[in-house]
Design a protein around this ligand. Sequence first.
Ligand code: FBP
Length: 306
Amino acid sequence: MTTKRVKEILSWYSADNAGTKANLARMLSHGRLAGTGKMVILPVDQGFEHGPARSFAPNPPAYDPRYHFELAIAAGCNAYAAPLGFIEAGAAEFAGDIPLILKLNNSDTLAKSSDPISALTGSVADALRLGCAAIGFTIYPGSGEARHAYQQLRDLAEEAKESGLAVVVWSYPRGGGMSKDGETAIDVVAYAAQIAAQLGAHVIKVKPPTAFIEQAEAKKVYEKEKIPIGTLAERARHVVQSAFAGRRIVIFSGGAAKGKAEILEEIRGLADGGAFGSIVGRNSFQRPRTEAIELLHEIMDLYASA
Ligand code: FBP
């Protein structure tokens, strides 16, 4: 049964057809957080994005694509997201066991560019053939190539929505014109969430923001309007507000592997700020399986009780 909360969230997506709403509902109604309106997703595109050893050597069973399907299912995640190869390697075997998000573009770290743009690595037809609930797409606001990525997303989102799929956007600011600190600056992360929402994303994924402000023009406004950004909870609240006053699902990424206490403290701040959840890759699959499941459960519990 779709809960009242899930129905409320679906009502924010009033332009969408029944198929897209059903697929959003599938993700929101699956796993340990089913029906709460919160989501914890397992993303495993790091083999492509960072390379195999950096991604899987800390926990070698993770070289096997089936490992990640099993982990996401055993942990009770809402969905599992990966590029074409990993999804093809398990979609039939695990059909119906967990909602899938097919990442339709990916970048690798072999080619360094100050104007990053991911390559198209899958299609809406692939997502439908593999029984996915959603497509995933990464944009890099701030890159000199960003406008091309926005146009690709616009076309793919139109096709996905016509086909009754949901659209999940990874919005990661970066590029030649931006400082390293700027990539996670509060003004920039809030802006990245707004851009993804304006591009028609149903679910938006950003990095946890710091209190740094990158843009001088924005800094004046944050100061003048006294926008609270002192704590992580305040910053999460501001990012969620920036995605249509909280009427879009905004989730936050886990980042590079770190200690359990540090992760849980970060999640507590995000959950207190009204985040809809997290997408936790390296911090889950790089740990031994039982530890990963335990950690994911603790993360889910924090969202469930927020
Ligand atoms: P992590 O929890 O491992 O950070 O995964 C989240 C994620 O969005 C992955 O989907 C993606 O591979 C990775 O972060 C990309 O991070 P970056 O581009 O900063 O290296």
